[in-house]
Design a protein around this ligand. Structure first.
Ligand SMILES: *[C@@H]1O[C@H](CO)[C@@H](O)[C@H](O)[C@H]1NC(C)=O
Ligand SMILES: *[C@@H]1O[C@H](CO)[C@@H](O)[C@H](O)[C@H]1NC(C)=O
Ligand SMILES: *[C@@H]1O[C@H](CO)[C@@H](O)[C@H](O)[C@H]1NC(C)=O
Ligand SMILES: *[C@@H]1O[C@H](CO)[C@@H](O)[C@H](O)[C@H]1NC(C)=O
Ligand SMILES: *[C@@H]1O[C@H](CO)[C@@H](O)[C@H](O)[C@H]1NC(C)=O
Ligand SMILES: *[C@@H]1O[C@H](CO)[C@@H](O)[C@H](O)[C@H]1NC(C)=O
Length: 335
């Protein structure tokens, strides 16, 4: 995908804003939290990959991996990105409560494989600028996804997408996955932060700093992030207001009890994702190898070297020639 198509997608996104995984709000919060924690050298490096009209705003690209998948937001090209769909999640057998990569992530086609792949590609100097840019956009998104527990959900109901019911006072049927992507966050902001996303962001930032002081983790322990999500899925996501297991055969009705039990987990996962995304970038920047020069620059440098070489050789020839003449002269002098 060229840079112009990337712009095209972001442009269409402004027109057709609908709902996507973690929702644009969740993803943009994670990116904003991370951006706040980048070292200045990391930020300079990241900035280089963000389209210039977005003024270095990491949140503005955070939903790109979702936007490319749908005809509404990427009408010309969405079919060419369907291969990346399965990279947004892992699924485990229902109520198995354990992630086993050899079983749940065949050929690395899952979010763990994608996190490994794009972390490596982002700093691989065999990848060109556009490939590294895509790697960056994917990472911002997938670090968010992996912290949404239902991106590590059950296979039988497609990560909660097939489990339908009603949430809080909403009249429309929804599904469990959407509740975790967007509805808990939206209600949290509306009910507890006067519908002001900036107030929620400030709160999450404070939570993130408090949490990050407590732990000392490996920056790329993707499996640990997945294990945590898998564990929350079994321990609380599928339990309704009365602690009865939710399943596809009956429509759920989830109320205030469910909301109050789960918003603290959403807060925690958003803050963790922001902190971890920042440490991932802060560490990767130290490991990157210098990018290869573009073919044009290479050609220019070769041309300059050749010219310099010719210059030196010519200067030496003149010098030797003159010396030769002088020597002859000197030898002749005494006679
Ligand atoms: C950054 O992008 C997000 C998402 O598009 C937007 O909501 C926010 O206002 C932008 N922030 C700035 C400072 O432009
Ligand atoms: C790694 O990234 C490249 C470029 O997007 C993609 O073609 C390939 O399928 C990815 N592999 C995995 C295992 O995700
Ligand atoms: C509920 O569904 C109706 C019909 O699809 C739609 O017009 C309305 O906007 C929806 N309401 C909410 C709150 O999503
Ligand atoms: C973070 O810690 C400070 C100092 O202990 C406390 O005042 C603040 O409320 C904490 N923030 C959150 C979101 O828990
Ligand atoms: C954090 O990790 C570093 C490096 O591994 C170690 O030196 C340090 O003692 C650890 N700190 C805590 C509080 O665990
Ligand atoms: C699904 O949940 C309902 C309500 O708790 C229960 O009556 C039913 O037995 C469950 N079905 C399965 C297949 O577990």
């Amino acid at each position: 995908m060229s840079i112009s198509i990337l712009h095209f997608v972001l442009f269409f996104y402004q027109i057709f804003s609908s709902t996507f995984a973690w929702g644009p709000i969740g993803h943009s919060l994670v990116a904003r939290l991370a951006q706040n924690q980048l070292d200045s050298s990391t930020y300079k490096w990241v900035y280089n990959y963000i389209p210039s009209d977005l003024s270095g705003n990491l949140s503005a690209i955070a939903s790109w991996p979702d936007l490319i998948l749908y005809p509404d937001t990427n009408p010309l090209d969405y079919m060419n990105w369907q291969w990346s769909r399965e990279l947004h999640y892992i699924n485990t057998p229902d109520w198995n409560c354990q992630y086993i990569s050899t079983r749940d992530c065949l050929n690395d086609r899952c979010v763990e494989g994608a996190l490994k792949n794009y972390s490596q590609r982002l700093i691989d100097n065999k990848c060109d600028y556009v490939q590294q840019q895509q790697a960056l956009f994917f990472l911002v998104h997938f670090v968010g996804d992996v912290h949404q527990p239902l991106h590590c959900g059950f296979k039988g109901d497609f990560g909660g997408n097939m489990v339908k019911g009603f949430f809080l006072n909403e009249k429309n049927l929804t599904n469990l996955h959407t509740i975790w992507d967007v509805e808990i966050i939206n209600n949290r902001i509306d009910l507890h932060f006067q519908s002001d996303i900036n107030l929620y962001y400030e709160y999450l930032k404070s939570l993130m700093f408090n949490q990050s002081l407590l732990n000392n983790e490996t920056y790329n322990d993707y499996k640990v992030w997945i294990d945590e999500s898998v564990n929350y899925v079994c321990k609380q996501v599928y339990l309704d207001d009365n602690n009865i297991r939710i399943n596809t055969s009956l429509k759920f009705t989830l109320g205030e009890e469910y909301f109050n039990r789960n918003w603290p987990l959403i807060d925690q996962r958003l803050a963790q994702a922001g902190h971890r995304l920042a440490s991932l970038f802060n560490q990767l920047v130290k490991k990157r190898s210098p990018r290869k020069l573009s073919p044009n620059t290479q050609a220019l440098i070769i041309a300059l070297c050749i010219e310099l070489g010719i210059g030196i050789i010519a200067a030496m020839c003149i010098y030797l020639y003159k010396r030769e003449k002088n020597t002859t002269h000197e030898v002749l002098m005494p006679e």
